[in-house]
Design a protein around this ligand. Structure first.
Ligand SMILES: [Cu+2]
Length: 360
């Protein structure tokens, strides 16, 4: 089976403003005062110093978890799927798991293609990890999916431990088991990505209440795994991204279409899994969403960690449509009922309160 690379979105790319903010909330001892890496000055207001964490939760790659740890994570996700929603923005959202998806659907147009893309998804994944731990008794941390381990390998992409039916999230959709309902352009549905229902693994009987796209339908977990996207997810693609000198270039190269002409790490990962995961709005209906976004967050953290001046570097617009305003460190990351609404400043340093996690 062959799929053409899906176009996730159809909005025009609007020129981004090349504006960089660097906060000085970096300990002087490690501060890189040279700032010769392409910065143009801008907002250097330090804001309140964030307290460094005493303990860090260590987020690990999925395949380094042992079978019990994997099972504990999956059980916690299933717990969220059976816990009632609190106050979701879409009333058909039944569970807490749905509530995260509903919030993403409702805010998707503001938190993609914009400067807050990475900070917002960082806070979303943190909020999800908090819900697993605080509402479902999960003792572990949010795992990530390092796709480069699969895409650099000679093994079939389908053989990724992430798709394992016993110790992963189940495999591909099965052709002929799912029919897309009628949908309009505003749901940004790429029909070829919806191969069918996932027929194995822990979510084979799970029913989503929302999606695909902005539609509200009860349906199976859909996928259409597309190995042609592996070229966007290998270690060369990661290096092309982390080699970029400014946040502005980095975030654009990482996010992908429609800011770039082809898929990149972000949309490449979404499209590689296919089904709901490939959709701009409803992607958090596939539990793999959180492992993919944790890896994007890790990639951002790796880039941030390369130079002290990058720790508080932020840029881009607050919206994808006019009127345009630049994001600042004070810009609020709206989380509704899924987590705490905080200014971007608060999520920039994952080793500081209230974040307190790291990637190993
Ligand atoms: Cu998103």
């Amino acid at each position: 089976m062959l799929y053409t690379a899906p176009l996730l979105v159809a909005v025009c790319f609007l020129a981004t403003l090349f504006q960089t903010s660097i906060a000085a909330a970096i300990p002087m001892a490690v501060r890189d005062d040279a700032t010769t890496d392409g910065h143009r000055g801008g907002d250097r207001g330090p804001g309140p110093e964030h307290k460094k964490c005493e303990k860090l939760l260590e987020r690990r790659e999925w395949r380094t978890l042992d079978d019990d740890e994997k099972a504990n994570y999956i059980s916690a996700v299933q717990c969220l799927m059976s816990s009632p929603a609190h106050n979701p923005p879409i009333k058909e959202a039944k569970s807490r798991f749905d509530e995260f998806q509903a919030y993403h659907i409702s805010i998707a147009n503001d938190v993609h293609v914009t400067g807050e893309f990475l900070p917002w998804h960082r806070q979303m994944v943190k909020s999800y990890e908090n819900a697993l731990r605080n509402e479902c008794g999960y003792k572990g941390t949010q795992p990530y999916w390092d796709w480069a381990l699969d895409t650099d390998s000679a093994e079939s992409f389908f053989a990724s431990p992430i798709f394992d039916p016993d110790t992963g999230f189940g495999g591909n959709g099965v052709l002929g088991t799912y029919t897309l309902p009628p949908f309009g352009d505003d749901s940004r549905i790429n029909a070829t990505a919806f191969l069918g229902c996932v027929a194995d693994g822990p979510f084979k009987d799970y029913k989503l209440s929302l999606g695909p796209g902005k539609l509200i339908t009860t349906h199976c977990l859909t996928r259409g795994i597309d190995p042609s996207d592996r070229i966007y997810l290998n270690s060369a693609a990661v290096k092309n991204t982390t080699d970029l000198p400014t946040y502005e270039e980095f975030r654009i190269e990482l996010e992908g279409e429609p800011i770039t002409p082809t898929h990149k790490l972000h949309d490449g990962g979404h499209a590689a899994v296919g089904g709901d995961m490939s959709n701009f709005f409803s992607s958090p209906g596939d539990p793999i969403f959180y492992l993919h976004h944790a890896n994007l967050d890790r990639t951002w953290w790796r880039w941030q960690s390369m130079k002290p001046s990058r720790l508080y570097e932020i840029s881009g617009y607050t919206s994808s449509t006019p009127p345009f305003t630049n994001v600042t460190l004070d810009y609020p990351l709206q989380m509704g009922t899924i987590g705490n609404t905080v200014p971007i400043r608060d999520v920039m340093d994952i080793h500081s309160e209230p974040n307190c996690y790291t990637y190993v």
